[in-house]
Write a protein that binds this ligand. Sequence first.
Ligand code: ADQ
Length: 769
Amino acid sequence: MRFSFRLILSLAFGITVVTFLFARAQVRAEKRDLRNDLEKRAEVLAESMEETAEPLLARGLRWELQRVVDRFGNRERLAGIAVYDRAGRLMITTPRLDALVGAASGLVSQALAQGSGRGDFVKSGGNDLHIYVMPLRADSGAVVGALALFHDADYIEAASAGIWKEALAHVLIQMVLIVLVTLLIVRWSVRGPIAKMAQWMKAQRAGGAAPQPDIPEDLFKPLAHEVTNLASSLQAARDSAETEARLRDLGEAMWTPERLHVHVQGLLQGNGLYVVSNREPYIHRRRGNATEVMVPASGLVTAMEPILVACAGTWIANGSGDADRENVDAHDRLRVPPDQPQYALRRVWLSREEEAGYYLGFSNEGLWPLCHIAHTRPLFRAEDWQRYREVNEKFARAVVEEMAGAEEPLLLIQDYHFALLPRLVKKARPDARVSIFWHIPWPNPQVFGICPWQSEVLNGLLGADLVGFHIQAHCNHFLETVDAALESHVDWEHFAVDRRGHRTLVRPFPISVAAENREQPAARSVYVERAKLFKRLDVEGAYLGVGVDRLDYTKGIVERFRGIERFLELHPRYQGQFTFVQIAAPSRSEIPRYARFVQEVTEESERINGRFQKGKWKPIVLLRRHHSHAEIAEYYRAADLCLVTSLHDGMNLVAKEFVASRDDEQGALILSQFTGAAHELPDALVVNPYDTEQVAQAIRLALEMDPEDGRARMRRMRVRVQEHNVYHWAASLIGALAEIRVDHPIKPQAEVLPIRTLRAAAGQTSLRT
Ligand code: ADQ
């Protein structure tokens, strides 16, 4: 049965039932009222005749009585009047009543016997009648006869029939309206939008770029939402297939999350995969009475998630959200992503003291400045080192616990927070393939040598089978440091360290961004987008520069501002024209050096603005807050140039994000020579950030570059970033790790083993259980 027919039928049935019930109630009420009315009328008429008829009857004046009866007998709806004597015999009637009087005999007897009026509705000869009988009395009060009034009651039934007819007519009119309205609603609100949506889906399927149709939000919202998701998944799959086909045609292959997924499944062959990082991929936070899940802006989550999804792995990280504890099971685990759980997140809890010593202290006041030669003196405190060791041991326990039951698991440890973890885990699980990726630079042996615990740090790292850095120079520095500090054999031919029968490979894996590859650049105008941003910032300007950084002294933000100041001094025609927007996320603000740095950056921007600012134009806009990826992308896409002037940086993802976002092949990248990214992007305008004149010159060059030259540079940089995206990074890292032959594969041991073994591995440290 067709949808509209079913809808009409259901509505018609409902309305008919309701109308019928209402009509029936109305008929009943009408009948009751009409009957009451007739009864009353009969009583009133009988009473008004009573006075005249009684003396005539008592005196036997039959002729006069007949005249009275005839006079009253022509009232409306009155069928006739009859008078009876005391014995109930008919004495007088109005004409043509003979056929009906018989119907009154019972009532006459009752009225005479009881001496009171009696009335009833009766059927006689197919007609409805109302008969009312009233006893007539002599002056003495004795009953001398009876008066009977016969009313025609047919009109009551006729009125009921009229009501039924009216109800039927209503039902018919409503039916017609229902059919019309239903057909219109179905056509406009259901069939029309569905047809539009089907058309749209068809266009999507055929690969067209049809805009989403205008459909009623309230009714079709969930459907439209799902279809939009489906369409974007389809588009993404098509894009990636197209890209892949195109690049295969060029003899290369683009890495996508799907390809990484398949690749990693093939490599792992069912072995468990584990990732350890300080920062967790999903943070539960309290917001009033509700809990929100936040995904930190991090390239690491983008890169690691497809791998963990591919092999249903486990991510072990510090539970840092204020609602994290309420969202784990008894083993401190939960399944993520929350919308579509596919892998496990194991949270490790740290006390305030542990966080202060391990994270803020040894990691960020010790190792961070030590590895970034940025002229901030590292601070090494024995108590921070102690906390750092304890936290590494705590994580090792969690990792070993999670690995229980897994054969030859693979472990990807992330960053300088876990230098001791590789050895701790390897000691407990020699069958595990252990890697650590060091996201920050590694300095030369002389610089690293000032760390009081350099041997312990190196010994911890060499527990890994694979140590990864962004670039070869960092690998070389690491090998030189090992050579200088430890009893070991550095194999320069294979970039490996052999120590106490264990081999550690040291390899570069330049990290990157996801880098979508769109053939067709999005239709948009840089000028319009730039004007929109200037308006939002309430600044009048023509040229836009952008910088995006955590507020960290290694990022060269102050040096960058000085370069801008010099540029405006040297080229005054850009005053009133060039504005630089610095997007700056607060970072590690509990550390005094960072708090001072925020002040320095703010003061420097105010000083330069104070010097040049004119009307609604200013040279520097400092936006000191965390921005979403989408907000940052708006600036990347509208800027004439992006300034990356780190004093030292492992890679620097901002440079690659800027390049990846410029599908219009416009915009210039000014890039510090001290970033890992500079090794991959020679088409950037590479500068020494300490050289203020050079930075100023690069800004002018970026703004005045021949457009064709600019496009060619951007095109080459984009090819590099797309081909070496973050999925390529993850695939290379895990591929290299999976290839390693484990020294002494043994069956995984029972859970009791780790604690004992870890204690031995930790040496002088006692493990807290
Ligand atoms: P970071 O020192 O954090 O990373 P970087 O590589 O530039 O530096 O990555 C910063 C990320 O944070 C970028 O994705 C950027 O978009 C984002 N970001 C910066 N400012 C922001 C803001 N105001 N709001 C929101 N997001 C902001 C470390 C090393 C690097 C190395 C990476 C990856 O120091 O050298 O490239 O790890 O290995």
